[in-house]
Design a protein around this ligand. Structure first.
Ligand SMILES: [Zn+2]
Length: 197
Protein backbone atom coordinates (compact mmCIF):
# COMPACT_ATOMS: atom_id res chain seq x y z
CA UNK A 1 0.00 0.00 0.00
CA UNK A 2 1.63 3.21 -1.17
CA UNK A 3 0.53 6.82 -1.46
CA UNK A 4 1.27 7.92 -5.02
CA UNK A 5 2.53 11.40 -4.06
CA UNK A 6 4.83 10.00 -1.37
CA UNK A 7 6.13 7.47 -3.89
CA UNK A 8 6.93 10.24 -6.40
CA UNK A 9 8.58 12.38 -3.74
CA UNK A 10 10.59 9.39 -2.56
CA UNK A 11 11.87 8.74 -6.09
CA UNK A 12 13.04 12.35 -6.43
CA UNK A 13 14.68 12.54 -2.98
CA UNK A 14 16.47 9.30 -3.80
CA UNK A 15 18.36 11.17 -6.56
CA UNK A 16 20.28 13.06 -3.86
CA UNK A 17 23.70 11.55 -3.20
CA UNK A 18 23.83 9.11 -0.28
CA UNK A 19 20.03 9.12 0.21
CA UNK A 20 18.85 5.53 -0.02
CA UNK A 21 15.21 4.59 -0.65
CA UNK A 22 14.54 4.08 3.07
CA UNK A 23 15.89 7.54 3.97
CA UNK A 24 14.02 9.06 1.04
CA UNK A 25 10.80 7.54 2.33
CA UNK A 26 11.46 8.85 5.84
CA UNK A 27 12.13 12.34 4.45
CA UNK A 28 8.95 12.25 2.38
CA UNK A 29 6.87 11.46 5.49
CA UNK A 30 8.70 14.13 7.49
CA UNK A 31 7.80 16.67 4.81
CA UNK A 32 4.18 15.59 5.11
CA UNK A 33 4.25 16.56 8.77
CA UNK A 34 5.69 20.03 8.21
CA UNK A 35 3.49 23.12 8.42
CA UNK A 36 2.21 24.82 5.28
CA UNK A 37 4.47 27.91 5.49
CA UNK A 38 7.67 25.89 5.82
CA UNK A 39 6.64 23.74 2.88
CA UNK A 40 5.89 26.79 0.76
CA UNK A 41 9.25 28.36 1.66
CA UNK A 42 11.00 25.14 0.78
CA UNK A 43 9.21 24.76 -2.50
CA UNK A 44 9.85 28.38 -3.51
CA UNK A 45 13.57 28.06 -2.65
CA UNK A 46 13.78 24.98 -4.82
CA UNK A 47 11.80 26.34 -7.73
CA UNK A 48 13.85 29.57 -7.80
CA UNK A 49 17.20 27.88 -7.25
CA UNK A 50 18.45 28.20 -10.82
CA UNK A 51 17.12 31.73 -11.11
CA UNK A 52 18.78 32.89 -7.88
CA UNK A 53 22.03 30.93 -8.04
CA UNK A 54 23.83 31.16 -11.36
CA UNK A 55 27.27 30.27 -12.63
CA UNK A 56 29.82 33.11 -12.87
CA UNK A 57 30.68 33.50 -16.56
CA UNK A 58 34.31 34.33 -15.66
CA UNK A 59 35.43 31.75 -13.10
CA UNK A 60 32.63 29.16 -13.08
CA UNK A 61 31.76 29.64 -9.38
CA UNK A 62 28.15 29.62 -8.21
CA UNK A 63 27.02 33.15 -7.47
CA UNK A 64 24.02 35.18 -6.41
CA UNK A 65 24.32 38.92 -7.22
CA UNK A 66 28.08 39.05 -7.06
CA UNK A 67 30.80 36.46 -7.50
CA UNK A 68 32.71 35.91 -4.22
CA UNK A 69 35.92 35.76 -6.19
CA UNK A 70 35.73 37.87 -9.36
CA UNK A 71 33.80 40.77 -7.84
CA UNK A 72 36.01 41.07 -4.75
CA UNK A 73 38.55 43.78 -5.47
CA UNK A 74 40.55 43.13 -2.32
CA UNK A 75 41.80 39.81 -3.72
CA UNK A 76 45.33 39.26 -4.90
CA UNK A 77 44.86 39.10 -8.65
CA UNK A 78 48.31 37.68 -9.36
CA UNK A 79 47.56 34.13 -8.27
CA UNK A 80 44.96 31.67 -9.46
CA UNK A 81 43.93 28.30 -8.00
CA UNK A 82 42.44 25.93 -10.56
CA UNK A 83 39.98 23.50 -8.94
CA UNK A 84 37.58 20.79 -10.05
CA UNK A 85 34.47 22.07 -8.28
CA UNK A 86 33.04 25.09 -6.47
CA UNK A 87 33.10 23.12 -3.22
CA UNK A 88 36.86 22.70 -3.60
CA UNK A 89 37.25 26.47 -3.94
CA UNK A 90 35.25 26.87 -0.72
CA UNK A 91 37.53 24.33 1.01
CA UNK A 92 40.52 26.58 0.18
CA UNK A 93 38.61 29.65 1.27
CA UNK A 94 37.95 28.08 4.65
CA UNK A 95 41.71 27.80 5.23
CA UNK A 96 41.81 31.63 5.28
CA UNK A 97 45.42 31.61 4.12
CA UNK A 98 44.89 32.14 0.39
CA UNK A 99 43.46 35.40 -0.93
CA UNK A 100 43.90 35.04 -4.66
CA UNK A 101 41.47 34.12 -7.41
CA UNK A 102 39.93 30.82 -8.50
CA UNK A 103 38.96 29.03 -11.66
CA UNK A 104 36.45 26.20 -11.46
CA UNK A 105 36.81 23.63 -14.22
CA UNK A 106 33.52 21.86 -13.57
CA UNK A 107 35.04 18.35 -13.57
CA UNK A 108 38.15 16.40 -14.51
CA UNK A 109 39.18 15.00 -17.86
CA UNK A 110 37.95 11.43 -17.97
CA UNK A 111 37.88 9.34 -21.13
CA UNK A 112 35.90 6.62 -19.32
CA UNK A 113 33.15 9.05 -18.31
CA UNK A 114 33.25 10.80 -21.69
CA UNK A 115 34.49 14.08 -20.22
CA UNK A 116 36.80 15.76 -22.71
CA UNK A 117 38.43 19.17 -22.99
CA UNK A 118 35.24 20.76 -24.34
CA UNK A 119 33.22 19.69 -21.31
CA UNK A 120 35.46 21.66 -18.95
CA UNK A 121 36.14 25.40 -18.63
CA UNK A 122 39.64 25.10 -20.07
CA UNK A 123 39.16 27.55 -22.97
CA UNK A 124 37.84 30.07 -20.48
CA UNK A 125 40.91 29.47 -18.30
CA UNK A 126 43.25 30.13 -21.21
CA UNK A 127 41.51 33.35 -22.18
CA UNK A 128 41.61 34.53 -18.55
CA UNK A 129 45.32 33.84 -18.39
CA UNK A 130 45.76 35.91 -21.55
CA UNK A 131 43.71 38.83 -20.22
CA UNK A 132 44.47 38.87 -16.50
CA UNK A 133 47.77 39.39 -14.82
CA UNK A 134 48.49 36.07 -13.07
CA UNK A 135 52.01 35.31 -11.97
CA UNK A 136 51.28 31.88 -10.53
CA UNK A 137 48.75 29.20 -11.43
CA UNK A 138 48.20 26.57 -8.73
CA UNK A 139 46.77 23.36 -10.16
CA UNK A 140 44.58 21.97 -7.39
CA UNK A 141 42.48 19.37 -9.15
CA UNK A 142 41.50 16.22 -7.21
CA UNK A 143 44.23 13.77 -6.12
CA UNK A 144 42.79 11.10 -8.42
CA UNK A 145 44.03 9.70 -11.72
CA UNK A 146 41.57 11.91 -13.61
CA UNK A 147 42.57 14.94 -11.52
CA UNK A 148 46.27 14.29 -12.20
CA UNK A 149 45.60 13.85 -15.92
CA UNK A 150 43.75 17.17 -15.94
CA UNK A 151 46.54 18.99 -14.07
CA UNK A 152 49.20 17.61 -16.41
CA UNK A 153 47.14 18.51 -19.46
CA UNK A 154 46.76 22.11 -18.29
CA UNK A 155 50.42 22.34 -17.25
CA UNK A 156 51.39 21.30 -20.77
CA UNK A 157 49.15 23.97 -22.30
CA UNK A 158 50.80 26.62 -20.14
CA UNK A 159 54.32 25.33 -20.66
CA UNK A 160 55.57 28.22 -22.77
CA UNK A 161 54.01 31.06 -20.83
CA UNK A 162 56.14 33.17 -18.48
CA UNK A 163 54.06 32.17 -15.44
CA UNK A 164 54.91 29.97 -12.45
CA UNK A 165 52.93 26.73 -12.44
CA UNK A 166 52.55 24.63 -9.30
CA UNK A 167 50.71 21.50 -8.23
CA UNK A 168 49.48 20.66 -4.72
CA UNK A 169 51.94 18.55 -2.75
CA UNK A 170 51.19 14.92 -2.12
CA UNK A 171 50.03 14.00 1.32
CA UNK A 172 46.45 14.31 0.22
CA UNK A 173 44.79 10.92 0.29
CA UNK A 174 45.12 9.60 -3.27
CA UNK A 175 41.81 8.73 -4.86
CA UNK A 176 39.87 11.07 -2.59
CA UNK A 177 38.29 14.43 -3.26
CA UNK A 178 39.75 17.69 -2.04
CA UNK A 179 36.51 18.75 -0.46
CA UNK A 180 36.78 15.94 2.06
CA UNK A 181 40.43 16.49 3.01
CA UNK A 182 40.84 17.91 6.50
CA UNK A 183 41.96 21.53 6.73
CA UNK A 184 45.47 20.81 8.00
CA UNK A 185 46.17 18.35 5.17
CA UNK A 186 44.85 20.81 2.62
CA UNK A 187 46.86 23.68 4.11
CA UNK A 188 50.05 21.59 4.04
CA UNK A 189 49.47 20.52 0.46
CA UNK A 190 49.00 24.16 -0.54
CA UNK A 191 52.01 25.43 1.40
CA UNK A 192 54.21 22.58 0.20
CA UNK A 193 53.11 22.88 -3.41
CA UNK A 194 55.62 21.78 -6.03
CA UNK A 195 56.63 24.13 -8.80
CA UNK A 196 56.46 22.44 -12.17
CA UNK A 197 58.26 25.41 -13.67
ZN1 LIG B 1 33.64 34.51 -10.71
Amino acid sequence: MELKTIEELKEILHYLPSIGLKSAERMAYQLLEMDEITLQNLSSLISNLHKNVTVCPICGAYKEEKCFFCDDESRDNTSLIVVTSFKDALAFENLKSYHGKYHILGGNLSPTKGIGVNELRIDLLLSRIEKENFQEIILATDPTIDGETTALYIAKLLENLPIKISRLAYGLPMGGHLTYADELTLLRSLEGRKFLK
